[in-house]
Design a protein around this ligand. Sequence first.
Ligand code: G3I
Length: 337
Amino acid sequence: MPAARYLVAILVAGAAGCGNGGDPGGAIDVDAKPVARDAYAKPIGAAADPGYARADDAYRHRLIETFTSITPENAMKWAVVHPAEGRFEFDDADALVDFARRTGKRVRGHPLVWDVQLPEWLTERDWRPAQLRRVLARHIRALVHRYRGRVDEWDVVNEPLADDGGFAKNVWFRTLGPAYVAYAFRVARRADPSARLFINEIDAETGRKSLAYLRLVVELKRRGVPIDGVGFQNHTTGKDAAGPARLRALFTAVGRLGLAGAITEMDVGATEEGRQARVYRDAAEACAAAANCTGLTVWGVTDRFSWLEPQSRALPFDEGGEPKPALRALVEPLRRR
Ligand code: G3I
């Protein structure tokens, strides 16, 4: 379980007397040579967690040396930054954004609106629409203002769709209807006119949900919603992976709408290393070939701290931080010649 591993990481940090003297907060050490910010033709990112980065040397070193972009894995989620109504706690998010600045990395903010890891004060109350809209706007403004100029790309709305392609019946949809999506984008745009604003979806690379996702994006564009990009998470396996032609078609489809695309949360579980490397290479090549691809992010750094079980071995670095064939496959197509 991710939560169990998080606790292990904290214990490891305490036992090892890590760079912060056992203090779970504070700055993340930069004790390796950061990869050049322009090493790749497009940013190659990783989801990062400040607790893991402080506690585990291999995790931190690979993060510093390999990736040119960071997405906070959990540090910007509602339950973390907005634990009580109107009270914000930015320690973890600040630590990551500051670490990104000191190591020359881009930041993708994630997520402004989602229905997971919400605080109880939000989920355990019946909201009137006007009240919930105010709460939502206040939250979006607080984050986007704070990181203006430091977060290049925001996942404004994360996973709005259910598996069947309809809207997820979450607190936002139940209270505000589908209009919550457009509202969130409008508030975010006003809060930072220069950040690129993305929608982001899981399991939307192929099949019925993929079509529903593209239809939703078409509709948002038609209504003049200020959206700049479309995220394809690409959590996948050796068996279910979208092939290269499909990935290229997705970038082309959103490009025709005048939008950017990105692979935002990739991992490739439950397969052998050769096949895994092929799947990573297909995605990296698709991103490299698409003028509108703004980057490829993997969801974690080493298998030890993947949100999936370590035995899924879904990431380009193994549990000890050793590179797998997937790393070369990911980096080669995007490396500047
Ligand atoms: O940090 C708390 C800790 O204080 C608490 O004691 C413990 C008790 O459960 O929970 C800890 O938080 C957990 C957190 O991970 C850190 O480990 C949450 O319960 C747990 O729900 C959370 O899981 C995250 C999940 O999103 C839900 O937010 C995963 O790490 C994270 O990898 C995963 O990422 C999502 C993307 O944001 C969106 N797309 C899918 C992707 C994978 O599910």
